[in-house]
Design a protein around this ligand. Sequence first.
Ligand code: GSH
Length: 218
Amino acid sequence: MLKVWHIARDGDAYGGSRNANKILLALDEIGEQRQVEQVRRAAVRDAQGPFRKLNPNGQVPVIEDHGLVLWESGAILRYLGDTRRGTALLPEDPKAAAVVQQWLTWEAATYAPSLHALFFAMMADPRSEAAVDAARAAYLGQLRIVDAALTGREYLAGTFSVADIALGAMIPLSFVIGLDLKPYPNLLGWLRRLATRKAWRNNDIFAADMAAGAGQLN
Ligand SMILES: N[C@@H](CCC(=O)N[C@@H](CS)C(=O)NCC(=O)O)C(=O)O
């Protein structure tokens, strides 16, 4: 059975790992059982601890599947799509699969760094409002890209795929940090659509982040 290392929501100062949650959502989407290895954030961060042998970056998620140990959530999502053929995770058509890969790469290379920049600007002590404003504007620019991509489309690559998981597991954090997403109606509609899917309805981390946006989603 596939093993996934995860920081659970309960007892975690940040409400759990959204990146590891992507893997749980993907497995729930296809109804695959897995063994969740819960780790505390402190253990993940411990440079001398055993977790570093699994992932030298000191981050979750990590999976182990049939002898393969793999980290980086986008690579894991792609692996699940490639090895669980015939599921909704990854389209068969190479061009459609390339569009999915485009969003997985974009999430890690562009979206996540922009979210981190905003988060760190907000947490900085002393905090510079000019720096927060600049980081917020840059981050909202990324959300505008997602909103535009969803014009006339139900899901990022047309039909549901791991592209929606990579971004759908992260973007509700925007509500938690107090952002107004009403200027992005396609994006809000997509989040509402994701929230109706069984795997997402039953997911505690996603539900908690979405609850922070209830006023904008209803
Ligand atoms: N690019 C990595 C990012 C993983 C990541 O940021 N994981 C966070 C949890 S969401 C983590 O393990 N943080 C450890 C810490 O807080 O030091 C991926 O997509 O897997």
